[in-house]
Design a binder for this molecule. Sequence first.
Ligand SMILES: [Zn+2]
Ligand SMILES: [Zn+2]
Length: 346
Amino acid sequence: MLAARLYNNHDLRVEQIPDPPALKPREVRVRPVWCGICGTDLHEYAHGPLYVPKENLPQILGHEFSAEVVELGSEVTDLKVGDRCAVLPHVFCGTCYFCVRGRQGLCRQLKLDGVSWPWGGLAEFAIVPAYQCIPLPDNVTFEQGAILEPVASVVHAVERSMRSGDSVLITGAGPIGQLAVLVCSAAGAAEIFVAEPNRVRREQAEKLGVTAAFDPTKANVAEAVVERTRGLGVDCSIECSGSQPGLDTCVAATRPAGTVAQIAIHVGPRTVVPEAWTWKDLTIAGIWSFKFYDTPRILRQIASGRLPVERIITSKIRVSNLVSQGIDRLADPAGDQIKILVAPQG
Ligand SMILES: [Zn+2]
Ligand SMILES: [Zn+2]
């Protein structure tokens, strides 16, 4: 089968490899339909292997995907061949402290499709545990299904920081920041401010209906936001840039007793001033993954039309062009792409 495999940084090969072997009783074989390119894939390509264990190389990439079920393991009873699914990448034990409390993303033995599990979404076929397959409602498309994994993380971030009627600052308007605009809107934010240096991304956020989108290279975003929130600052901020200025802006622009949700992954250390958190009685929330079994309700929200996640998709490409039309365009700071979906079938 065709698969995109990471051998090392700047060494990603789209190549023929043997088909996956026979299924274990609780596994299913799926045919990925659309797979999103994630910021972590860009990190792996530019600086990796980071989260991919070295001993797993070459690793099939792709952890944001939708798929069709093509074969069932002998003990799988709740899926059928032909089912349309969003595939969540988590491989979890089901018995550790976190799994039994519904926090499978924190499983002590967590593996992820396309990162640390042998199979991934950027291949013609994948073998996954059956529980990863979340059936798509009839009117949810495969494209929307491929966005479930990132939007679920954003829903988790919003539910840890925002209430309806709140004002929100989102720093970074890449795919996660754009999804944050959509989720905050759907969850009843009164005002949404965005800080993003890339003009195309600012304009895209404006199309999604933000109150104001600032260019942090031209404006003091924290001052502008405080001024526009009656001198208080926003009720909460969601840091989606993974940059020092993004984090600093969130801390400075959030009102006392507000919350800063850190969803972007900062690669490497940053400087923080905890005294500023103390004087403002701030809550700093690290956001990792999401509540696995919350995802069907997110799909229902997408099905209702109130969470139009497909609006962040800017291109759809073939896997054979993964680097030239996908990764390279997303890594370009002046680029015009936000979320690129890849057809893994060639
Ligand atoms: Zn991701
Ligand atoms: Zn576990």
